[in-house]
Write a protein that binds this ligand. Structure first.
Ligand SMILES: Nc1ncnc2c1ncn2[C@@H]1O[C@H](COP(=O)(O)OP(=O)(O)OP(=O)(O)O)[C@@H](O)[C@H]1O
Ligand SMILES: [Mg+2]
Length: 300
């Protein structure tokens, strides 16, 4: 299921980006407002990975369709997310360095100039929730208003793609004008009851790719539930745990993947004792895996 889920999200996003419409506008010299996309979901859900995949596909499509000179820019929201600093970071992503002495309006004029020169169709801002949490309300308003300005530019409108944790939704709720121009996609958490079988399918295909035999109990429903719970119900974290368990099996030069490798992977990542390891204790629901991961156990 998950192997198919990604393209499904991507196709939906492709529609939402209205890329065809934008390319047709460019070809015919029309100028319409650009559209955007906001992807929210818990940490570890796989948002950055999904957007990276989407952008790669879209860049390849632009090349194929003869728009190789068009660009998509992707950057992480800087801290502090002031109007000036976001502008400077965007300029740098466009390949242009500028002294920080300059005022915000000057920087954004340059940004708009370079977006047009570089034929940038989309700007992706990852960790977009930081636009709200790091800056003041006033700063948030001015950044949101600048994003709207970019999307409605009457010479070269640029689509904005935002990805971030659920606080990103607060930003959009706070600014209906911005929200109106963005399609929203939310990555839900997995639940052991609904997704254990899907996760087992995924695990089985990773085993095949790694040429490891899954131990008999590894493909049991209970192990699927354990894995989801240990990954704090997040799709991306499920994948990371599977990869780390596989790495363990390789390091121990074994040909079968077993629950022991998952236990070791979890232990390495969280430094927990056995009684707090969901791959070791029977009543694994007792453990709050989210706590472990938010304490910074996760690599990103
Ligand atoms: N479809 C996928 N295929 C393979 N690996 C994936 C996929 N989706 C996510 N991952 C992996 O899962 C991990 C977490 O994903 P990602 O960093 O995209 O999460 P996120 O939602 O952006 O989290 P955060 O909010 O903390 O930034 C990464 O190691 C990523 O490589
Ligand atoms: Mg991310």
């Amino acid at each position: 299921m998950f192997a198919e889920k990604m393209p499904e999200i991507i196709n939906a996003s492709h529609e939402r980006l209205k890329m065809e419409l934008r390319l047709a506008d460019i070809q015919t010299g029309r100028v319409n407002e650009a559209h955007g996309l906001a992807l929210s979901g818990p940490s570890g859900a796989g948002k950055s990975a999904a957007i990276a995949h989407l952008l790669k596909t879209e860049r390849a499509r632009l090349d194929e369709e003869g728009y190789g000179d068009a660009t998509i820019i992707s950057l992480r929201v800087p801290s502090p997310a002031t109007l000036k600093f976001v502008g400077q970071t965007l300029l740098r992503a466009l390949g242009y360095q500028i002294s920080s002495e300059r005022q915000a309006w000057y920087i954004w004029d340059l940004v708009r100039h370079h977006l047009r020169e570089r034929r940038v169709l989309f700007v992706h801002l990852d960790e977009a929730q930081d636009l709200a949490s790091r800056g003041t309300k006033h700063e948030l308003n001015s950044v949101a208003s600048m994003l709207k300005t970019l999307m409605t530019d009457d010479g070269w409108p640029v689509g904005i793609i935002l990805s971030g944790t659920e606080e990103l939704e607060d930003i959009l709720n706070h600014d209906p004008q911005l929200a109106r121009r963005m399609k929203t996609v939310h990555f839900e958490s997995l639940t052991p009851a609904a997704h254990a079988n899907d996760v087992l399918d995924l695990l089985e295909s990773y085993c095949e790719r790694a040429e490891l035999t899954p131990a008999p109990d590894l493909l049991s429903l209970e192990h699927g539930e354990r894995l989801i719970h240990a990954a704090a119900n997040q799709f991306g974290l499920v994948i990371e745990l599977i990869l780390e368990a596989i790495e363990e099996a390789f390091l121990q030069k074994e040909t079968a993947l077993s629950c022991r490798h998952f236990g070791r992977a979890y232990q390495l990542r969280t430094s927990c004792d056995d009684e707090f390891n969901p791959f070791i204790i029977p009543d694994f629901y007792r453990i709050d895996a989210r706590q472990v991961f938010t304490r910074g156990g996760r690599r990103s």
